[in-house]
Design a protein around this ligand. Structure first.
Ligand code: 5U1
Length: 749
């Protein structure tokens, strides 16, 4: 199809391409059932674009190519609305809703009959008007002041759910009104993208939608995930008769391909309206998009005409608003709260404001990165958000209202609770108090976490009691709970005889727990309930967990060797003769490992210099950055777990808890019933050739033994490899038996 002469064949091809693209758009954007891949879609789209470039006379305003945006505008042209764009009166209570219904009945002189309504969620977006001429979208405008808006046609064209032409539309003019908005998930993704690009992040989905629609460069709008829902008609000039009810009008719109709310419902009377409101309010969080209330409209269009308007708002409709989820207030100051792991969280102290159905005077600012990303200063007027049960947060600042003396929010150099230095590491956003367990705030949070329902589940040990126990120095570590006496508890305020007994019973009952709960209760940074369970299943014993080194979790392997090559290497190594001398290994490997570079052979030998080591390698050990052996435990978390158990204080506390009687059902590691080492306590130290330290731990634990981190008089034996160091000296001084690798093999067989 060369040349510029328009042939019937070119016309047919263009029509076919447009039909196909419109079809695929619908399958993808409306029905979520794509029939072609993105690449296949792109081929069709590009062919249409190139044909339109070649034959500009064939470009039509409804061509799907117009969705990618047009050349940037200098400014928006004004559009006079031939029929004013109305606003809505609000209702804020059931009484106000009933008053609205009564006014309608009075005006319509209906004594007993009920009024039928249609309910639709009130989207929190931007109202627009769309004009279709003979079924083709020709103009779209903002509401503006209701009489004059701005022509944003190129921007509206980019919205995938807005049909550029209507199905089976009558000739003439059809004007409809609706709301442009952004889904909650798409908003989060958009903001994440904006942040990555160092571009402006939006305060909420409404602002993102409004900002995107009012861009002079519609090719940027085309990249924004905008949606539209149509809810009313504007001026309609067609020969056909119009529907008689609002409900039928919505069905008509939908049949023409205009998107209408899938939550719209016809309701027989006003009591049904209240029920609808309650239902949608309760399920508001599960909707994909933000709504700020419900719009109720009289269903009969004749009744709507009879009722008419008062100034800018129709008498036949009302917006029954939900409690606002966002409000503005003053940021008075910022305090820093210290969490269980020492993380400092900036907390905004606010002039109290009613938001999301409650008074809010504190809101989280998450961390200092968030503070600078949001550009918030003390003294600012800020937007506060409280949705459902979510902790209130400061969304952003109203910069136009910033006072001259607004002060920067700065991280304190010292912990506000214990005055230890605050540490900021480069790789994580959070600042931390370095006081550890000596910091009262951290101590308090550790204790609260330990007793919490999902951890040790000690019923009745609330915040107030923990605070008193801490103040009176009756408890400073979790294991101290198990030493509490009734007399001590009776000294506390609000603890009577009966509740002291209950508390002691609850503490005692908590001793019988599960390994997963116990690991979770320890409060290892980042280790949540699920990971704690995974660790319990994987290791089956606390000793095996505490002995596992970093490399155990995330094998670091040989740089550059991926999973496929690692599998091939492991397969080949199976044929490595057992009697190969170390000095011949390099030759054997170079001759047998195909596709492995000499530098990689060297790296392999450096790490595994012995024949038997090479014969027993796993894919995970060779693969560079192999997958974690424990689900959910990546490099960062592995580091935190290892650090936790490397601390002598933490080891001491784990032992103290076990000595206090905390216990769980036997290990989840499969065991053939051999408990021959039950009751024995081993310590492992040094380097071993045949087994890794965690393999040794697992093998001992499987036979019922305990493996601990430090040598004491209770230690049965020290399993001693090469370069054992101070543990060996301690074992010798205490007269503890010392077992070498050969003797260990005998113990385990
Ligand atoms: N769902 C819905 N939102 N909304 C907003 N319907 C609706 N109707 C409106 C407005 C401003 O006005 C009509 C009364 C035309």
């Amino acid at each position: 199809m060369d040349g510029t002469e328009v042939t019937p064949e070119v016309k047919r091809r263009i029509k076919k391409l447009r039909d196909e693209i419109v079809h695929h758009n619908r399958q993808y954007h409306e029905l979520d059932q794509p029939e072609v891949t993105d690449a296949e879609y792109d081929v069709l789209f590009r062919e249409l674009q190139s044909l339109e470039k070649q034959y500009p006379s064939l470009i039509t305003p409804d061509s799907p190519t117009s969705r990618v945006g047009a050349a940037p505008l200098e400014k928006f042209a004004k559009v006079e609305h031939r029929q004013a764009m109305l606003s809505l009166d609000n209702a804020f209570s059931e009484k106000e809703l009933n008053d609205f219904n009564q006014r309608i009945k009075d005006r319509l002189k209906l004594k007993v009959a009920t009024v039928e309504y249609v309910a639709e969620p009130k989207l929190d977006g931007l109202a627009v008007s769309l004009v279709y001429e003979d079924g083709v979208f020709v103009q779209g405008a903002t509401r503006g002041d209701g009489n004059t808006g701005e022509d944003i046609t190129p921007n509206l064209r980019t919205i995938k759910s807005l049909p550029l032409s209507l199905k089976d539309a009558p000739d003439g003019r059809i004007e409809v009104r609706g709301e442009v908005f952004i889904d909650k998930a798409a908003f989060e993704a958009l903001n994440a993208h904006q942040a990555r690009q160092n571009d402006k992040v939006f305060v909420n989905p409404r602002n993102a939608a409004a900002g995107s629609l009012r861009l002079l460069d519609s090719s940027i709008t085309a990249q924004r995930p905008l949606r539209i829902i149509i809810y009313a008609m504007g001026l309609i000039e067609i020969d056909d008769a119009l529907p008689e009810t609002h409900w039928d009008m919505l069905q008509w719109f939908s049949a023409m391909g205009l998107p209408v709310s899938d939550q719209a419902q016809k309701l027989s009377d006003i009591s049904q309206c209240q029920k609808y409101y309650d239902r949608i309010l309760a399920g508001r969080e599960s909707l994909d998009y933000e709504i700020d209330g419900i719009v109720f409209k009289v269903n009969s269009l004749q009744q709507q005409i009879d009722l008419g308007f008062v100034s800018r708002a129709p008498r036949w409709a009302v917006a029954y608003k939900f409690p606002a989820e966002e409000a503005t207030t003053l940021l008075l100051s910022v305090d820093f709260q210290v969490g269980r792991t020492g993380a400092l969280t900036p907390v905004a102290r606010l002039e109290p404001v009613f938001v999301g159905g409650a008074m809010v005077s504190n809101a989280t600012l998450h961390n200092m990165d968030e503070v600078s990303r949001k550009g918030i200063y003390i003294g600012d007027t800020v937007i506060v958000r409280r949705a459902g049960d979510v902790i209130p947060e400061v969304v952003g600042a109203v910069t136009s209202k910033r006072p001259a003396d607004a002060a920067e929010i700065t991280l304190p150099a010292e912990c506000p609770v214990c005055a230890s230095p605050v540490i900021v590491s480069e790789d994580v956003a959070v600042a931390k108090c370095s006081g550890g367990f000596n910091c009262n705030a951290q101590r308090r949070e550790v204790l609260k976490h330990f007793v919490s329902r999902r951890a040790m589940n000690i019923d009745g040990l609330g915040e107030k009691i923990i605070d008193q126990l801490l103040e009176r120095k009756m408890v400073s570590r979790p294991s101290d709970f198990y030493q509490l006496t009734k007399d001590q508890l009776l000294e506390l305020d609000l603890v009577a005889d009966k509740s002291a007994d209950n508390l002691l019973n609850a503490i005692d009952a908590s001793k019988q727990t599960t390994l997963g709960r116990f690991i979770f209760a320890l409060g290892i940074p980042e280790v949540g309930e699920t990971t704690a369970k995974q660790l319990a299943i994987h290791f089956g014993a606390i000793d095996a967990l505490s002995a596992a080194p970093y490399d155990y979790y995330v094998p670091t392997g040989i740089p550059g060797i991926g999973k496929t090559r690692a599998s091939r290497i492991v397969e080949t190594l199976e044929s490595l003769p057992g009697d190969t001398k170390p000095e011949s290994l390099k030759e054997w490997l170079s001759g047998n490992l195909t596709g492995v570079k000499p530098a990689e052979v060297d790296a392999l030998l450096l790490r595994y210099p012995e024949t038997h080591q090479l014969q027993n390698l796993s894919v995970a050990e060779i693969q560079s950055k192999g997958e974690s052996r424990v689900e959910g435990v990546g490099q960062t978390m592995a580091g935190l777990i290892v650090d936790f158990f490397a601390s002598a204080d933490n080891q001491k506390e784990v032992n103290a808890l076990i000595e206090a009687g905390v216990q769980w059902e036997s290990a989840t590691v499969p065991n053939d019933g051999d408990e021959s080492l039950a009751g024995n306590i081993y310590v492992i130290s040094g380097k071993f050739t045949d087994m890794s330290r965690d393999q040794i731990t697992a093998a001992l634990v499987e036979k019922g033994a305990k493996v601990t981190g430090s040598v004491s008089k209770k230690t049965t034996a020290l399993i001693c490899g090469e370069a054992a160091g101070s543990k060996l000296a301690k074992a010798q001084s205490l007269g503890v038996e010392i077992i070498d690798e050969n003797a260990l093999a005998g113990l385990l067989n």
